[in-house]
Design a protein around this ligand. Structure first.
Ligand code: ADP
Length: 396
């Protein structure tokens, strides 16, 4: 079955058309600048990238443009919409309601809307994408795959904030965690690659991209993860602060005369390695600056690495041990220096990195030495494939 995977943001829409039997993507693409002017970048497997500058006034126009590109006489990969068996939608927040992927109907849409308060930047955009697809592809089954669902197995002691309990009762203020599709996919793949039985394993996945999170996966189930109510908690990220003393919010607001939303904007968009270095949120720029002697860029990297290593230590304690550590996402897959620096903190666990094996980019690889007590792997994530798999399983 051909499955269209949609990841809809407020002004962008990423898509892939995946064959559920071969698990290969026939086409991948991105609509950008929706509501501004509009650009569609469409790539058919094995062919050159094609860029179309076309007006995309709204998400419906974007979905229409995607379907037209997929059916294009010259560059298309399907001859009619009937060939698309199902659509899988990434949805960021499923609250406590969704513990796995679901076929979308009106009740599911209403329940996703109820989670909008928990992810005001993401869920409404995800819903707009779902609406547009339902309008343009009536009768095609659609599935919602949630970033939070995989972490719904966290025990209460891991997801509870030490706040007045009424805030949990009234507003469901608790830790949810994100990147769940990636943590689930990578932990399974890491178990397969390292020959460990997933159902009897202790795996730590480090999803290190622009957004970054670590998770503890015991016997195939998430038991803790570093993001919380929102994706702001946990690791130092590209532009997000991760964990801070909450009292800093009032302190900065008073000192700088800023409102609460302004301080939150700083924590989300102006902090992390970007805020620390003053250079960039991209580690490639940071490394270039550090190589050129920029001390703040060097320090930013050290703070990022140290926080990541501390979380690995915490999750080793949470699971009373660890068998496998897997690195994924932009940095985890590509940056051998960051992987080596994080692992240098883990010698007490018997982690030993093999520099030759670690010299790998964007590929599945064992990067620990044969004598390492814990297997360490680089595993490229594939959230779209995971969404396509869930979609096929639910509608197939
Ligand atoms: P997100 O999906 O959260 O936006 P990604 O997983 O795409 O982020 O990761 C983006 C980050 O990965 C970039 O900011 C960059 O720091 C890092 N990255 C990507 N490619 C490389 C590379 N070849 N070498 C080092 N770092 C890289």
């Amino acid at each position: 079955m051909k499955i269209l995977v949609i990841n809809c943001g407020s002004s962008s829409l990423k898509y892939q058309l995946i064959d559920s039997e071969t698990e290969k993507a026939a086409a991948v693409g991105l609509c950008e600048r929706i509501g501004i002017d509009g650009r569609l970048v469409h790539t058919v497997a094995g062919c050159e990238k094609l860029t179309f500058d076309k007006p995309l006034p709204d998400h419906e126009a974007a979905v229409q443009a995607v379907l037209a590109a997929l059916m294009d006489g010259q560059h298309g990969v399907v001859s009619s919409l009937d060939e698309i068996g199902a659509v899988g939608h990434r949805v960021v927040h499923g609250g406590e309601r969704f513990t796995g992927s679901v076929v979308i109907d009106d009740a599911v849409i209403a329940a996703i809307k109820e989670c909008n308060d928990l992810a005001p930047l993401h869920n409404p955009a995800n819903l707009i994408g779902i609406d547009a697809c339902r309008k343009l592809m009536p009768g095609v089954p659609m599935v919602a795959v949630f970033d939070t669902a995989f972490h719904q197995t966290m025990p209460k002691k891991a997801y509870t904030y030490a706040l007045p309990y009424e805030y949990y009762d009234k507003y469901k203020v608790r830790r949810y965690g994100f990147h769940g599709t990636s943590h689930s996919y990578v932990s399974r793949r890491a178990a397969e690659l390292s020959g460990v039985d997933l159902n009897n394993s202790k795996i730590i996945v480090c999803h290190l991209g622009n957004g970054a999170s670590v998770s503890a996966i015991l016997n195939g189930k998430s038991v803790d993860t570093s993001m919380g109510l929102t994706p702001l908690e946990g690791l130092v990220m590209g532009t997000r602060s991760g964990d801070i003393d909450p009292a800093i919010i009032e302190f900065i607001a008073k000192k700088e005369g800023k409102s609460l939303p302004e301080v939150m904007e700083i924590l989300n968009k102006k902090s992390g390695v970007y805020g620390l270095s003053g250079v960039s949120s991209d580690f490639r720029d940071l490394e270039a600056a550090a190589d050129g002697g920029n001390e703040r860029a060097k320090d930013a990297t050290e703070v990022f690495v140290y926080r990541t290593a501390k979380y690995i230590g915490a999750y080793t304690a949470a699971m009373n041990g660890v068998d496998v550590i897997a690195f994924t996402a932009g940095l985890g897959e590509n940056d051998k220096k960051i992987r080596a620096k994080v692992c240098a903190y883990l010698k007490y666990l018997g982690v030993e990195i093999d520099d030759v094996r670690n010299d790998v980019r964007g590929k599945e690889a064992l990067i620990s030495s044969d004598s390492s007590k814990i297997k360490v792997l680089a595993v490229p994530t594939n959230e779209e494939l995971a969404i396509a798999r869930d979609t096929a399983a639910l509608v197939g």
